[in-house]
Design a protein around this ligand. Structure first.
Ligand SMILES: [Fe+2]
Length: 447
């Protein structure tokens, strides 16, 4: 017993020294399920040479993985550091696979990676979270207690400006900590919000592109393109260099988890989803998802919501007819710091989507769907789940029903919360839970 404790203590101490950010899992450029699943494992370490190896435990013992690669990120205020990356391969679908990281032959980290599940699974979704607050930490604890198979963040991943230094102080320090060791066990996915792209002159802004590893199957954008995240030459060069092929392409992508097809859209103001470059991709992506039972669109800026805050940020509304055409079931957004759910609805825009101006049109609302007795929806249901940690908006509207749009069915703005999606075959259950794990809202969808 004593020697076991000593061994654990040694790993802990060595691991403390070895990492600036401990290993965390990402889906990597693996959008579709496979017989041999894979996950990317990333970590940050000091900018000095060391012999790193990673092993996954298979049936016959520890299997060495290919050598990790790294990129430098040398931009103040953090000291220059390395972002290491390795792909864990041949993972059995749905299995929890033990893995370990060695530095100079000493084991410095051990955990278990949850490989993508082929069927029933639990995905947890929230947005607008990492601001270093106690609320963020409480929601993170509550999420861990729900044992997700994967986590999706609907943007505003890191406050205040998506900077590398902020990732270190408020993001990894929360979701990949000893108290909440989530990111080392399950992949986190996400979409950049307005706080995650380089709208600021901080040279370490837009660290999303360097620190995340997600599919590169989105619209084939290049730096400087009209629909790509704008960077300032001479300011953001280091982050762009550390991002490789991920910049700017990784801002939008799609992936499948179980029988759910996820279409993830960069909805920042510089994108125009009515332009052919983006629209053609969106249609093709949804059209190709023929074997999926469920279709989810995830983005930062909601199409339909009732909060006074950001009410006129409606520029994504014009894509609604495309989502309806291809049978999208759920649209998950953040940006607005509260929880909202609409009735299933269809929308025909009658006016173009000018930035910051209301987008008018005709609504067809499925009044019959109630999520309990009647569970087949006619049209997408729109969810705002932006209550993941940052300060809440429009608390008074929870009890002011008259202030809600006619198609809003639930509006909870006085509590932080997150969304649990349980998908099993032709049944999808959505529950909104608070930081104590209490259910605030719940609906069922069936096919
Ligand atoms: Fe936002």
């Amino acid at each position: 017993m004593r020697s076991l404790l000593l061994a654990l203590l040694t790993i802990l101490l060595q691991s403390q020294e070895a990492f600036l950010v401990k290993p965390y899992l990402q889906l990597g450029d693996a959008p579709r399920p496979a017989r041999n699943e894979r996950l990317d494992l990333l970590w940050h370490a000091e900018d000095r040479d060391a012999a790193w190896t990673v092993e996954v435990r298979g049936g016959k013992g520890w299997i060495p993985q290919t050598a990790p690669s790294f990129r430098h990120l040398d931009v103040p205020p953090l000291p220059a550091h390395r972002i290491y990356r390795v792909t864990l391969r041949d993972l059995a679908p749905g299995a929890a696979m033990p893995y370990r990281v060695k530095q100079n032959d000493a084991v410095v980290f051990e955990a278990e990676a949850q490989a993508r599940k082929p069927g029933a699974h639990r995905m947890i979704v929230f947005g607008d979270a990492a601001d270093g607050s106690k609320r963020q930490a409480a929601i993170a604890q509550a999420i861990q207690a729900q044992h997700p198979d994967a986590v999706f963040i609907t943007g505003d991943l890191v406050y205040g400006r998506g900077r590398a230094a902020e990732y270190r102080s408020v993001f990894f320090s929360c979701y990949n900590s000893e108290a909440v060791p989530l990111m080392r066990r399950v992949p986190f996915l996400g979409v950049p919000g307005n706080h995650d792209v380089p709208f600021s002159k901080h040279p370490d802004a837009a660290a999303y592109f360097a620190y995340w590893s997600q599919p590169l199957n989105g619209p084939a954008l290049k730096a400087g393109d009209k629909n790509a995240a704008p960077v300032i030459l001479g300011v953001h060069d280091a982050v762009v260099a550390a991002s490789g092929a991920a910049f700017p392409r990784m801002a939008s992508f799609s992936f499948d988890y179980g029988k759910v097809h996820w279409t993830v859209l960069d909805s920042n103001v510089y994108t125009d989803w009515e332009s052919p470059a983006l629209k053609v991709w969106l249609e093709a992506d949804l059209k190709a998802a023929k074997t999926a039972t469920w279709r989810i669109v995830a983005l930062h800026h909601p199409l339909f919501q009732s909060s006074r805050a950001h009410f006129d940020d409606q520029w994504m509304r014009p894509i609604s007819p495309i989502l309806e055409k291809y049978g999208v079931d759920l649209v998950l957004a953040g940006h607005v710091h509260n929880y909202q759910r609409t009735a299933p609805l269809r929308f025909k825009p009658t006016k173009a989507g000018l930035r910051g101006k209301p987008v008018e049109g005709e609504f067809t609302v499925d009044e019959a769907y109630d999520g309990r007795a009647i569970t087949r929806a006619k049209g997408p249901i729109h969810i705002v789940t932006g209550a993941g940690g940052a300060e809440l908006y429009d608390l008074w509207q929870t009890d002011a029903r008259a202030s809600w749009q006619p198609w809003t069915r639930t509006f909870i703005s006085d509590q932080h919360s997150f969304t649990v999606l349980d998908v099993d075959g032709r049944t999808l259950k959505l529950r909104q839970l608070d930081a104590e794990g209490r259910q605030l809202d719940g609906i069922t969808l069936t096919k």
